[in-house]
Design a protein around this ligand. Structure first.
Ligand code: PLP
Length: 376
């Protein structure tokens, strides 16, 4: 039976805008709309808002304000990190990444390869983890940059970033992490992690779409991503999207303040959901590692059709995903599921249910019961 209100369980694809962020954004769209680069008094409020947003974001990840560079989102931050380091000199030294990265990383790496920069793609283990051992096998003094995501978007596995970054540094390489699925959901402290670069995207942590940031550790030699004016320390030129930047900072601050509460709440929902599926005698595997982003559940159901399940759930007003959002037109088994060697009879029956802070135990019950109903 169709459920009256939409049950949204695709929070790894995007999240609902934080209401406080929305209220704060309105001011900079309708009233304080000045270009922050102008010298007159009308620009004071926008300039100040950008400054405060930078400080707030920096505090959330334990960075310095001038290490935060605003971008248009995770994709741009990832492109900048890879290309900005690959081309910061003419050495053509190598990059190491993994076979479970988001396409923003994988396709940026493909691009730099075309210009003669060698790239090694490390294989994740069956839990979608990049181990120290595999990095150790491939890293050489010729490695310039290691880029390994902090949390995987399809299966949620959290990578040993601290250990990987320290191994990269030991070998003289820089370390970047795509933390798009991590920031605002699990603790992220750039100093403790020891990363040189870190990508984030606002719409994954209840901020607006089309805005994100790249953390660049002071002293990192990276080339400008956009040439033009002096914005973002002349490394990413272009008039700032003030409202979006303000919304991003407020959303991140709110999520970070509620991190423990949200993660306990979401974990309860996740456990309830999985226990109901088991009670319903559904033959499934939960992909990825035990250490995963709360609520990001990649479920592979034996001999089921994930694509069909997604559409049948949609008819009932339940929104889940088959894998990465950007892959939803692609009915083939995703690169991540291939990388973790999922048996064929489970791989095709994969859906990703990603609970967020607005979900409830009742949502978990409705989704679990609907899956049972569809499959029987
Ligand atoms: N990296 C990861 C791990 C993601 O999950 C996503 C979005 O799905 C991106 C990068 C791209 O971020 P954006 O949508 O802000 O471009």
């Amino acid at each position: 039976m169709k459920i009256e209100k939409i049950i949204y369980a695709d929070n790894a694809a995007t999240t609902k805008l934080d209401i406080e962020a929305f209220e704060a954004m309105k001011l900079f769209l309708l009233e304080s709309y000045a270009n922050a680069s102008q010298p007159y008094s009308f620009s004071r409020a926008t300039k100040q808002a950008i400054k405060e947003a930078r400080e707030l974001i920096a505090r959330c990840i334990n960075a310095e304000p001038d290490e935060i560079y605003f971008t248009s989102g995770g994709t741009e931050s990832d492109n900048w990190a890879i290309k900005g380091i690959a081309f910061n000199d003419l050495s053509h030294k190598a990059i190491i990444t993994s076979n479970i990265e988001h396409h923003a990383i994988l396709n940026s790496c493909k691009q730099v390869e075309k210009f003669g920069v060698p790239v090694a793609y490390l294989s994740a283990n069956n839990e979608a983890i990049i181990t120290l051992e595999i990095l150790e096998q491939y890293i050489t003094p010729q490695t310039k940059l290691v880029s390994i995501m902090m949390a995987n978007n399809e299966v949620g596995s959290i990578q040993p970033v601290k250990e990987l970054s320290s191994l990269a540094h030991y070998n003289g390489a820089l370390f970047h992490t795509d933390a798009v699925q991590a920031v605002g959901h699990i603790p992220v402290d750039v100093k403790k992690l020891g990363v040189d670069l870190l990508s984030a995207s606002a719409h994954k942590f209840n901020g607006p779409k089309g805005v994100g940031f790249l953390y660049i550790k002071k002293g990192t030699n990276i080339i400008a991503h956009e040439n033009g004016g002096q914005q973002e320390y002349a490394l990413r030129a272009g008039t700032e999207n003030v409202a979006a930047i303000v919304g991003m900072a407020i959303a991140l601050n709110n999520n970070c303040k509620q991190l423990v509460y949200n993660s306990e709440h979401i974990t309860k929902i996740e456990k309830h959901f999985l226990s109901l599926l088991a009670k319903n005698n559904i033959d499934f595997i939960v992909n990825g590692s035990k250490a995963h982003v709360p609520g990001n559940i990649s479920l592979s159901i034996r001999n089921a059709d994930g694509e069909m399940l997604l559409h049948r759930l949609d008819i009932l007003n339940i929104m889940v995903s088959t894998g990465a959002a950007c892959d939803s037109k692609n009915t083939q088994i995703s690169h991540v599921l291939k990388a973790i060697n999922l048996p064929e009879e489970y791989a095709k029956g994969t859906i990703r249910v990603s609970f967020g802070k607005d979900n409830s135990l009742q949502d978990a019950e409705l989704i679990a019961n609907s899956i049972k109903q569809i499959l029987t």
